[in-house]
Design a protein around this ligand. Structure first.
Ligand SMILES: [Zn+2]
Ligand SMILES: [Zn+2]
Length: 344
């Protein structure tokens, strides 16, 4: 089969590799839709110690497909089932799994290989994080389940409620998904981004009120201006930049919550106004990854069309174009690229 293989930083090759066979308790899918992700861009530049412990490896992690082979002893799935698979599965045994926080599992099993004609899913993933799709669900939409589940976790951590004003800082695909979830919850999303093609595109989708980051000198002033001086109820950083983390803290009002959703480079630190954090009871929370429950919630939102992310797909390409697609992502010229590995 054809697949995109990651050999190390800046070395991505589209090659012929053996078509996988299903393991005991596992499945093999024919991939109908894979989506590019900002994480792929980061991984391509500098590798990823957690998601990609060994190279070479098949690459890509947002996918939907059809079961074409069922391993011996695999329960719950049949050939021909259309499914979405998350990119990880928690162990279910460690203290954090048992405490109901499987996104922090000490032994998260990551699965890559969305950019291929077929993918093998290991038993633990099949058991915990593969969800069957309804007949009419478009694969391209279903493939949003993984990033959408991450966005759901961020909004859950932010304790976003109806009527709140929520600033999402960063207008990449995850910023957009976060804003869509905020709107779906009946809160008011303010999406802050840098002016340019991507922000114009996001604005045209009508996802949220879009604000230019540079508009009022600093972000806190801008967000206090649009909230009549009080500051936002919740600020979510979706940029992964320490200076934006600081601005997000400055932008929330009394009793506000800041969600650090974007991961910063290793070794970075931020400065806090301790007086505000204490006397104004700011809640500062991290948000990482997703859980099996949230993957299912994401699929339900997509299938019921309570949340429709289709507008974030700006391009459709084939397997050989994956490096180009990731280049578009890196230069801010795409939101998400739909890769169809089995369409010539
Ligand atoms: Zn992703
Ligand atoms: Zn665990």
């Amino acid at each position: 089969m054809r697949a995109v293989v990651f050999y190390g930083p800046d070395d991505l090759r589209c090659e012929d590799i053996p078509t996988p066979t299903p393991a005991l308790g596992g499945l093999v899918l024919r991939i109908e839709a894979a989506l590019t992700c900002g994480t792929d861009v980061k991984t391509l530049r500098r590798g990823h110690p957690v998601m990609i412990p060994h190279v070479p490896t098949v690459f890509g992690h947002e996918l939907a497909g059809t079961v074409v082979a069922v391993g011996p002893g695999t329960r719950g799935f049949r050939e021909g089932d259309r499914v979405v698979a998350a990119n990880s599965a928690p162990c279910g045994q460690c203290p954090l799994c048992r405490a109901g926080r499987p996104n922090l599992c000490e032994d998260l099993l990551f699965v890559n290989g969305a950019y291929g004609e077929y993918i093998a899913l290991p038993p633990r993933l099949v058991e915990r994080n593969v969800v069957r799709l309804a007949a009419g669900t478009p694969a391209a939409r279903a493939a949003f389940a993984e990033p959408l589940a991450c966005a759901l976790l961020g909004i859950e951590r932010g304790r976003v409620e109806k009527g709140m004003t929520v600033a999402v800082i960063g207008h990449g695909p995850l910023g957009c998904l976060l804003a869509l979830v905020v709107a779906q919850r009946g809160a008011r999303p303010l999406l802050v981004g840098k002016p340019g093609w991507r922000l114009d595109r996001v604005r045209s989708l009508g996802i949220a009120e879009c604000l230019d980051a540079g508009q009022a000198g600093d972000l806190a002033t801008l967000l206090r201006d649009v909230t009549g001086g009080s500051g936002v109820d919740v600020a979510v950083d979706a940029t992964g930049r320490p200076e934006v983390w600081e601005q997000a803290v400055a932008a929330v009002g009394r009793g506000g919550t800041v969600v650090f959703f974007g991961g910063c480079a290793p070794g970075t630190t931020v400065t806090l106004d301790t007086r505000r954090v204490h006397y104004e009871e700011l809640a500062l929370v991290g948000a990482f990854h997703h859980t099996p429950v949230l993957i299912r919630q994401a699929v339900a939102l997509l299938e019921s069309e309570a949340l429709v992310p289709d507008g974030l797909l700006t391009h459709t390409m084939g397997l050989a174009d994956v490096p180009e697609a990731l280049g578009l992502m890196e230069r801010g010229q795409a939101l998400k690229v739909l890769i169809e590995p089995n369409t010539a």
